[in-house]
Every structure is written in C-alpha cells, then in structure tokens.
Design a protein around this ligand. Structure first.
Ligand code: DX5
Ligand code: ZN
Length: 225
C-alpha cells in the first residue's frame, strides 16, 4: 500500500443494495472496504458480524479493512480471520495489555496472513502503541468516539497522528496510519494528511454523496494537497 487510500465505510451504504454500492466505490477508486463491526457492548451500537464479512468477500476483490469495535476480540478473531480480511483492527481498550493480549491479537492476525492494526479511541494515549510499533502494519487513530457514522471530527486528533508518526520514526518502523471519523473533502482530512495519515475512512462523506466516485476523488485530492 503506497498512495493515500480512501476506505469507505459500508456502514453508511445501502444495505439492501450492497452489491451496487460496492461496485460504485470499486470503480471510484476506493483502496479498501472499511467494515465497522460493533457488538453493542464495547460501543453502544450493534452493526455487522462474521456472516456479513463472509458474504462481502464473495462480491468484491477490494481488500477488506475490518474494524473490530468489540469486547474480548481474542474470542472472535478466528471467526473473522477465516474470511481472509486484508487488515484487522483490534482496539487497545478491549485488550488486557499486562497479560500479553496485544501480542496475542497481533500474532493471531499475522498467523492468518492478514495485516494487524491497533485502534485507539480518542481518549487513548498514542504511546500505548510504542512497544508494538515494529510488528504493527497499521495504527488506527479514531477521530470520533466510535459507535456511529456522521459524527464531527474531534479537533486536535491530528496531533495524535503526528505523535504516532514520531513513535514510528524513532523505532524505524513504518506502519500505515489510518484515521476514522468525520473525514471527507474537508479540513479534517487536510489536517490528518499533513500530520502523516495514509488511510482515510469515510462513511457519510462517500455514501451520503450523490456522486460517490466524485466524493472519493475529492478526498484523495484533499489528502494530497
Ligand atoms: C465510527 C466508525 C466509523 C464511522 C465513519 O464508529 O468506526 O468508521 O462509521 O463514519 P463517518 O465517516 O461518517 O464519520
Ligand atoms: Zn471504523
């Protein structure tokens, strides 16, 4: 993965016309399909699960970027990994670091041949990724409190992105940095791109637009500015 990538979140797509919506973002140049898995426990909302990922895999060759907003991700990981996601993000807040759960989750994802990402809620400090930075393929910096699409970007998130970039540089690591929440062809995307983000999630900004391909192109351009 090299150039800035847009990862449309299918949580904002039309569930009754999923295949049509996927084709539009494929043709529009999406880099990934971002799949928001929520369990109604780790976050208030309840969304998609393993059967959805399985069926999505049958209709698209776009790499799946599976964002697990669930408690006890270690229990669920094997089920998701069976369906060959390209990247799986687990939340730092959902894992018990002292007992080695960060390592266990990352290793489990790697053993299945997927890329491993650690996700951070807005209140989590950037330095939590430091001991793992050399084995992470991506760090996901949340720019809203996870749970719902269509929220407003939390100002200052770009500072946390810059901090992750610093931590990675210091360790000579180069994980991708993904930002999720409130992004579009807007100042938020400009700010996080300037701070070093590589992957830009967008729910509302893509699927809420009349022309989804144009919305993706506008975001790529905004990130490149
Ligand atoms: C937030 C999810 C996001 C969200 C993005 O809980 O993890 O992926 O759906 O939606 P927008 O881009 O509308 O903020
Ligand atoms: Zn997400």
């Amino acid at each position: 993965f090299t150039q800035p990538r847009i990862a449309p979140s299918i949580l904002s797509a039309d569930f009754m016309n999923m295949e049509r919506d996927i084709r539009v973002i494929e043709e529009g140049g999406a880099g990934f399909v971002h799949v928001d898995v929520m369990d109604g426990h780790f976050v208030p909302n309840l969304t998609l699960g393993v059967p959805f990922v399985k069926q999505l895999k049958r209709i698209t060759d776009l790499p799946l970027d599976v964002h697990l907003m669930i408690s006890n991700p270690l229990n669920q990981l094997p089920w998701f990994l069976e369906h060959e996601p390209a990247i799986v993000s687990v939340h730092a807040e959902a894992l018990d670091e002292p007992t080695g759960e960060f390592d266990r989750a990352i290793d489990m994802i790697h053993e299945a041949g997927a890329k491993a990402c650690l996700a951070l809620k807005p209140d989590m400090r950037a330095s939590v990724v430091e001991p793992y930075i050399n084995k992470l393929d991506m760090v996901l910096v949340m720019s809203v409190y996870p749970g719902f699409s269509g929220q407003k970007y939390i100002e200052g998130t770009e500072k946390k992105v810059a901090r992750v970039v610093e931590i990675a540089r210091a360790a000579q690591a180069s994980p991708l940095i993904e930002v999720d929440g409130g992004l579009g062809a807007n100042d938020a995307t400009r700010a996080v791109a300037a701070a070093g983000a590589d992957v830009f999630v967008a729910g509302n900004a893509v699927f809420g637009a009349a022309d989804r391909a144009a919305a993706i192109a506008a975001m790529v351009q905004t990130a490149d500015e």
